[in-house]
Write a protein that binds this ligand. Structure first.
Ligand code: NAP
Length: 328
């Protein structure tokens, strides 16, 4: 199968390294970052492209744009791994639409287009006879969407709740462990590269809320937007609150929750027993799904990272590769 990769940052490079390390019968015929692109129908030299990025250069030819790669490269599947924009999903949304209209499968880690326009994209993919998959948009390496769509298909899900944002989990873990203030723990998370310069998206619960919207709309048959998520972040939490929790053998975690039958989507800091399986440390994610047939299932794993996110993308690629009918 021939793929084009749009976005060559942490995730894009993680995918390239995995493709170089493993023999997956996949060749990359298109590649772009924000400034450049490469089109090569016989296969791009990924090691050379990685070396150019390591040196701080563009990955390819500055006369070839990302839009050129989407429109002109010869590929079966577009991997869309450019930055998330949750206001209008662009430019990723337009690129995904264009690829689907060209009858190309799409795999993405980009939450914007999936949270904002999933029904339209799903219908466009179906109308063109191609797959659209997005496992990496929720909880990084954890194959939660795959498990819910396939592994526990046929179960009724009464509730789903857990830790969807590793940055907040890191901050809360550090506040509880060493009595750091919110500001101190955030500064540490920034130093370690876990938090952005503007952490609003994480600490106000927006990132977790978007992931709930994706799960609600794509696997729970709901129709939600970010406005439907009741949302409280962690910015006002004090070390005293964590100490009080500690006195009751509890801790505080930012929990995202969906109760499908009640139409509830909620992100808020919650008191939780320290022995609860969702109390994971550091940047881990953890999600419990309550079902009628399978009982409760808890998934724990890395919610972000170059290799970990590439793992989810590769899983989607292979799912499609094994179902893809070669057109030429
Ligand atoms: N990193 C994670 O652990 C993780 C986990 C789950 C989901 N995600 C999602 O995966 C996506 C990629 O994340 P990332 O961490 O790889 O981001 P990143 O390191 O910032 O890389 C983004 C890449 O996209 C390129 N880019 C920016 N605007 C572009 C445009 N208009 N057209 C084409 N390329 C463009 C950038 O180009 P330059 O190289 O020229 O700057 C860069 O190569 C995001 O949507 C993110 O939310 C990431």
């Amino acid at each position: 199968m021939r793929i084009a990769i749009l976005g060559f940052g942490s995730v894009g490079q993680g995918i390239a390294r995995a493709l170089l390390a493993k023999d997956l019968d996949i060749i990359v015929t298109g590649l772009a970052d924000s400034r450049s692109g490469i089109i090569n129908p016989t296969g791009i030299d990924l090691a050379a492209a990685l070396a150019r990025k390591e040196e701080g250069g563009p990955c390819g030819d500055v006369n070839i744009s990302p839009a050129d790669v989407v429109a002109r490269a010869d590929y079966d599947l577009l991997v869309e791994v450019t930055p998330t924009n949750v206001d209008d999903g662009e430019p990723a949304l337009g690129h995904i639409q264009k690829a689907l209209m060209r009858r190309k499968h799409v795999v993405t880690s980009n939450k914007g287009p999936i949270a904002l326009a999933y029904p339209e994209l799903r219908d466009l993919a179906a109308a063109n006879g191609v797959f659209l998959r997005y496992e990496a948009t929720v909880c990084g390496a954890i194959p939660l969407i795959h498990a819910m769509q396939e592994g526990i298909a046929g179960n009724t899900i009464s509730r789903l709740y857990g830790i969807f944002n590793g940055t907040c989990n890191y901050i809360l873990t550090r506040m509880a462990e060493d009595s750091l203030t919110y500001e101190q723990a955030l500064a540490e998370a920034r130093e370690l590269g876990y938090a952005e310069a503007d952490p609003t998206y994480d600490v106000e619960g927006i990132d977790a809320g978007i992931k709930l919207v994706i799960l609600a709309n794509t696997v729970l048959d709901m129709q939600a937007t970010l406005k439907d998520v009741e949302r409280t972040g962690i910015t006002l939490l004090t070390p005293e609150a964590l100490r009080l929790a500690e006195d009751q053998d509890c801790t505080i975690r930012l929990i995202g929750e969906i109760v499908p039958a009640a139409g509830v989507l909620r992100v808020s800091p919650r008191l939780i027993a320290k022995t609860h399986s969702l109390v994971v440390e550091g940047t881990l994610n953890a999600v419990t799904v309550e079902t009628d047939l399978a009982g409760d299932l808890t998934f724990i794993g890395k919610g972000a990272g170059s290799t970990e996110t590439a793992s989810a993308i590769i899983g989607d690629l292979l799912y499609i590769r094994d179902r893809h009918v070669q057109s030429s």
